[in-house]
Design a protein around this ligand. Structure first.
Ligand SMILES: [Zn+2]
Length: 212
């Protein structure tokens, strides 16, 4: 039995542009291939973290290209301009935006960071997500360089899904210097997670809440 079968409407919450693709880009590709409706919400375009501050809004362009490559329609992409590393200063606004999404859209499954994530913005999105979606199935995605993580949920992927993730991540030219953007690493982690379930590739999640 495939537990994703009855899920049609999926939300991915990303503190920063690129977190959603890094955490569950392969699964997004698979869900879209299966005809699911996927929304992507990014809270910060991390202008202040750019290696070259003159790039300004480059991440807004890159997330648009990356999510389009994964097949997310433009009208399902929601980008906010909150300041990087300061999401906790506006946690109530983030909560209210999440509640607004919950009221306005059907939502069968939510992906977000895990609570034990060392990045303060990831932690904020995870904790506000637990508040906003306390009646929804929630899966925390893996950002292995940041997480203390319970690997208790695996979603099987085909090679094409991992290829789609890597292709999407190539759009983040402003982030190409980050170690976790390394393509060998992306394939290797998907292979590790696949091997754990006797498959070729997978992405791994922490179950925050599953409702059956
Ligand atoms: Zn991030």
């Amino acid at each position: 039995m495939d537990l994703l079968e009855n899920i049609d409407n999926v939300f991915v919450f990303a503190p920063h542009t690129d977190d959603g693709e890094l955490g569950c880009g392969g699964v997004i590709a698979r869900l879209i291939e299966e005809g699911k409706n996927v929304h992507y919400v990014a809270f910060s375009t991390a202008r202040e973290s750019l290696a070259n501050p003159e790039d300004g809004d480059i991440l807004r362009v890159e997330v648009k290209n990356a999510t389009a490559k994964l097949g997310i329609p433009n009208e399902n992409l929601h980008i906010f301009g909150y300041e990087v590393r300061k999401l906790s200063y506006v946690r109530q606004d983030i909560l209210e935006e999440m509640v607004r999404f919950r009221r306005e859209y059907p939502m069968d499954l939510v992906f977000m960071p895990v609570v034990h994530d060392t990045h303060q913005d990831h932690w904020t999105v995870a904790t506000e997500g637990m508040r906003a979606f306390k009646n929804k199935p929630l899966l925390g995605y893996e950002l292995i360089w940041n997480n203390i993580f319970t690997s208790n949920c695996f979603i099987n992927l085909q090679r094409d899904h991992v290829d789609a993730k890597v292709n999407a991540l190539r759009e983040y030219r402003s982030q190409a210097h980050r170690t976790y953007m390394n393509e060998e690493f992306i394939y290797a982690l998907a292979k590790v997670r696949g091997t754990q379930i006797g498959m070729e590739f997978a992405e791994c999640f922490e179950v925050i809440r599953w409702i059956m």
